[in-house]
Design a binder for this molecule. Structure first.
Ligand SMILES: Nc1ncnc2c1ncn2[C@@H]1O[C@H](COP(=O)(O)OP(=O)(O)OP(=O)(O)O)[C@@H](O)[C@H]1O
Ligand SMILES: [Mg+2]
Length: 470
């Protein structure tokens, strides 16, 4: 096969098997490449589009609204725009598109459009915004007040460790002001609990509290969620309020701020400094009075050094800084929280537990608690379901679903312990089991993520879980 033929065959395979829509037109506006994903997205067939003038295929477009033609004319890329439209089969589609000019010796010879289908994510994010909207407008009717979301306040924060008392003290002071707050703590340490307490314990308690996670949402969507969108242009966006507007006069919690893209961080900074927002695609400045509580699960200086957190935004947010240490560093709180959760579940499950046995306490003190307070609550809830109705002590055997905690000794000790077992395969197997249990625990029992962390296939992991009866 000649090189050119090989390139062609390879290209066809790549176009066929990828999950990104691709459309290329030449400088005569005729389609020269159009893959199945794109055909699927647009509700057309490849045959309908190939070799045709793009305006003939899409009569709804014109020279100004077709991104491909625009790029062909202007010679400049249009990157990462969100487009929502009804395709030829009447299906509502949302994609993130990038359109790029292709040059040959200084002349534009083609334009390439790449489309990433995010319809499902967009639907979800729309539902979230609508739900939040409904929540904030239904406040007067109290419809959701006590049902959908638990509202936390300072009384809900349990902990006697000095680090926790300090965090609580700063948070209480913060509730009297409207300055920005930055909370740093590992997963499950109670960042949201603290943020809500600050809001509901302060002057803004009757105003909206909205939490938005900044990770796991594509940048262009997040921007629309935060600032809202204005009808228009080739993006096909609808007019919609963003959560800055919804949270106006209240508090906006920006969760995992260190996962937000740097350009968006710059926009947040501008909003905080100037006190107004502009909807995506809009021209009007809308004044905003929102108190920001940002959270991060990574030490801010590390994020700044890594380049995932803008220094200027950090200084703007860090007016009040609260750090919540991981649970394993607050040994005293393990005991206090254990009592707290026992009381809670006694109440909920109708049990009569007074305390936990000595060896359970010992295991709790040794264990690393990667999921922190959330994990402790879950572990106790699990045991409280197992323990008998008349029992008054939670014992080792009640923790069958969290057996990993009881086995959480340093690997070295585990090996000495394991040496009592006879054969090498036995030792290896029990070590393998321990490593799998630890990884499972680290990943909150999510099989795919655990398999990824261990570098094995999902099926292999499932096979091993079965083998070890996990
Ligand atoms: N000090 C505490 N006292 C009582 N309950 C707590 C405490 N800290 C955390 N919890 C409970 O643990 C769970 C997790 O807390 P929260 O959602 O606030 O954690 P988070 O830091 O926001 O976690 P993530 O980073 O995973 O979002 C909640 O059910 C919360 O009530
Ligand atoms: Mg949280």
């Amino acid at each position: 096969m000649t090189n050119i033929n090989l390139d062609k065959v390879l290209l066809q395979k790549i176009l066929h098997y990828g999950d990104i829509g691709i459309h290329v037109i030449n400088n005569q506006r005729k389609t020269i490449i159009y893959n199945e994903v794109m055909a699927d997205l647009e509700g057309l067939s490849i045959k309908q589009v190939m070799d045709k003038d793009i305006l003939e295929i899409f009569p709804g477009l014109n020279e100004n609204t077709s991104t491909l033609i625009k790029v062909l004319h202007d010679g400049e890329s249009i990157l990462n725009t969100t487009q929502s439209y009804f395709n030829f089969k009447g299906k509502k589609i949302t994609t993130i598109n990038s359109t790029i000019p292709i040059y040959d010796e200084g002349n534009i010879i083609a334009a390439l459009e790449i489309a990433n289908n995010i319809t499902h994510i967009k639907d979800l994010s729309d539902q979230v915004i609508d739900l939040q909207n409904e929540l904030s407008t239904s406040k007067s009717s109290n419809k959701y007040k006590n049902t959908l979301f638990k509202r936390y306040n300072f009384n809900d924060i349990i902990g006697e460790d000095p680090t926790m008392s300090l965090a609580k003290k700063i948070a209480k002071k913060a509730s009297y002001s409207t300055s920005s707050v930055l909370i740093y703590g590992d997963t499950g340490t109670g960042k949201e609990l603290l943020a809500q307490s600050i809001h509901y314990g302060g002057k803004r308690s009757h105003k909206p509290f909205i939490a938005q996670n900044c990770a796991a949402i594509p940048e262009t969507l997040l921007e629309g969620i935060l600032f809202g969108t204005e009808k228009g242009g080739f993006t096909g966006a609808v007019e919609r309020e963003g959560i800055f507007e919804q949270a106006n006069s209240g508090t906006l919690m920006l969760d995992e701020i260190n996962s937000m893209s740097l350009p968006l961080q710059a926009k947040i900074l501008r909003v905080l400094q100037e006190g107004y927002i502009r909807r995506v695609g809009g021209t009007k400045d809308i004044p905003i009075d929102v108190r920001i509580i940002a959270t991060t699960n990574e030490e801010p200086y590390i994020s700044i050094n890594k380049g995932t957190l803008r220094k200027d935004l950090f200084f703007r947010l860090n007016v009040i800084y609260i750090q919540i240490p991981p649970l394993m560093e607050r040994k005293r709180d393990i005991l206090v929280l254990t009592d707290h959760f026992i009381n809670k579940f006694n109440h909920e499950l109708g049990k009569k537990i007074k305390n936990v046995s000595e060896d359970v306490i010992h295991s709790f003190m040794q264990y690393s608690w990667p999921g922190n307070v959330r994990e402790l609550g879950n572990v106790i809830e699990g045991a409280m379901n197992i323990v008998g109705n008349e029992d008054s002590v939670l014992k080792q055997e009640d923790f069958i679903s969290s057996i990993y905690i009881m086995q959480d000794r340093p690997l070295k000790n585990a090996m000495i312990h394991q040496n009592k077992l006879k054969s090498l395969p036995d030792i290896l197997e029990s070590m393998e089991k321990k490593i799998i249990l630890d990884a499972l625990n680290n990943n909150k029992h999510n099989i795919s993520r655990t398999a990824e962390e261990l570098g094995i296939k999902r099926q292999t992991l499932q096979h091993k879980l079965k083998k070890y009866n996990v």
